[in-house]
Design a protein. Sequence first.
Length: 178
Amino acid sequence: MPTTNIRRAVAAIALASVAFAAGEATATARASSPAKVVRSAGVSVAALQRALGIQADGIYGPQTRRAVRRFQRARRLVVDGIAGPQTLAALGLTGRRPSARGAAGVLERIARCESGGNPRAVSANGRYFGKYQFSRATWRGVGGRGNPARASEAEQDRRALILYRREGAAPWPACARR
């Protein structure tokens, strides 16, 4: 069996275990790539990997399983290597794509916690800017330009919503759980 077929079989097994653990799951194949992209309860593997702080390749393989187990041990969750509902919740990832209306309340709480709601705020160490305390790299990653603290409050809100829809509350770990 060629290596590609073995990888596909392993990916299918991983998909089945994620689907079984998380309930509703879908898998879609990218037209340009034979690799599978798994969405477990609406959360992409890449978003899960980013929240775990590992390289995001979108494949739920051994590296991701190890990182999930490590995270579960540290949070005293059931250690099974499966990103089920409890693990996703502990990571601040939600299974549903947040609506703009529901996200607004969450983002308002995050902004109050991060900066007191001040769109011109700069962190004490000078690394985080604006109402949501964006790093410059994160700001650029959601389409922002320049210094986030100099952008309008409305633009900061738009960029924070993009980030929240992409990664849930994971980018704001300290404030998301309050």
